[in-house]
Ligand binder design. Structure first.
Ligand code: TXA
Ligand code: MG
Length: 346
């Protein structure tokens, strides 16, 4: 497939250029565009044939529902029924932004979009290019992360070009994503809101406006994963080519354990990569890539570092572990999935 590719500056949008891509969307074709979380692979959410092209381009299982992206809050009422008080609070406080809400769907949303469910996931992104392309297309846009299914989500223009050129009708390149992890997915169909996928809007942030918020208990353990309420959380995810392990323990024990394992890997002819906080970089031998100095930086860099490790052609990756609080919840969720829940105790 021939892909129309345009680079657009989010702070000085070339509207004529962007409209060419919006037109592709309104014609039922697929276009990749940047959002503040990760790049999305969009198509008309209300057109089943268009949505099928998304599943094809990603090689994604069709029981995994898509998020429908809108450019103004009122559009929620076109897509969802029972827009309850919790939904209004979240929309008011956090939209536009990196949070997706699950509500009961109206018939206008095809089951192809909702993965056969009676609910629909909706998000209003804050990224200027995302908002404008949705607006210009004139339709709500279903958009999963723009990676081949199972791979880390793309956070940089280059990731999208490398992986998706030829698989979609259009690509809008618009720089790096700011958050780097996908949106928080919050189910609002029950009395107590439940986080189905942690993200940069944290449980703590949500509890400050909603009161009690639960976290889908099946996210914590591999054995429970098949019960995950967001179908997407069941699948292998965020996998680089190398085998990923999280190394857990007190700092010095982790340094020693990783360096010991690197020696053994070297003897076996295996190349090792290490992902760690900036301040610990000098503690490790092997190919070390810093994830950053703060948890926000780690979140924003994680998927890119996993892709960088592929370029280094490492066989094994060891990652430091992060505190499961605040945004650390989302970081550890993605890390555990990319490691297939493999943890080495130091
Ligand atoms: O930040 C994001 O959310 C990005 C950007 C492009 O907006 N999109 C994204 O989409 O991450 P995707 O398709 O990769 O992940 C959507 C997640 C999946 O885990 C899916 O199973 C879940 O949301 N989901 C979607 N609709 C759902 C529904 N009705 N009920 C439960 N989970 C749902
Ligand atoms: Mg995804």
């Amino acid at each position: 497939m021939k892909t129309m590719i345009s680079s657009i500056d989010k702070d000085n949008i070339d509207l004529e250029e962007l409209k060419k891509h919006a037109k592709l969307l309104s014609e039922g074709k697929t276009v990749i565009f940047p959002t503040e979380t990760v790049y999305g692979l969009g198509a008309n959410a209300l057109d089943e044939d268009a949505v099928k092209k998304i599943y094809e381009a990603k090689g994604r299982p069709s029981d995994n529902p898509l998020i429908v992206h809108i450019h103004e809050k009122e559009q929620v009422h076109e897509l969802a029924k029972d827009v309850n008080d919790n939904a209004k609070i979240v929309m008011d406080r956090f939209w536009p932004g990196p949070i997706t809400i699950i509500l009961n769907k109206k018939d206008i949303v095809p089951k192809t979009t909702s993965g056969g469910l009676d609910t629909v996931a909706i998000r209003m992104p804050s990224h200027k290019i995302a908002k404008e392309i949705i607006k210009q297309s004139g339709v709500p846009i279903a958009a999963p992360s723009a990676n081949i299914s199972g791979r880390p989500s793309p956070t940089k223009a280059q990731h999208v070009k490398d992986e998706m050129e030829g698989r979609v009708s259009g690509i809008v390149l618009g720089g790096d994503s700011n958050f780097g992890l996908e949106s928080t997915v919050l189910d609002l169909t029950s009395e107590t809101p439940m986080i189905l996928r942690p993200g940069s809007i944290t449980k703590e942030d949500l509890e400050s406006v909603l009161g009690k918020v639960e976290l889908d208990p099946s996210l914590a353990k591999k054995e429970d994963n098949q019960k995950a309420k967001a179908p997407g959380m069941k699948y292998t995810h965020y996998s680089p080519d190398a085998d990923v392990f999280i190394v857990s323990g007190s700092k010095d024990d982790v340094f020693n354990k990783v360096n010991e394992l690197i020696l053994i890997n070297n003897e076996n002819g295996l190349k090792t990569g290490v992902m760690c906080l900036e301040k610990n970089k000098h503690k490790y031998n092997g190919e070390v890539i810093s994830l950053g100095s703060t948890l926000e930086e780690v979140a924003s860099n994680l998927f890119n570092v996993l892709r960088e490790m592929d370029k280094l052609k490492v066989d094994i990756i060891y990652s430091e572990e992060f505190e499961i609080a605040g945004i650390g919840q989302a970081i550890m969720n993605r890390l555990l999935k990319s490691a297939g829940y493999k943890i080495i105790k130091a």
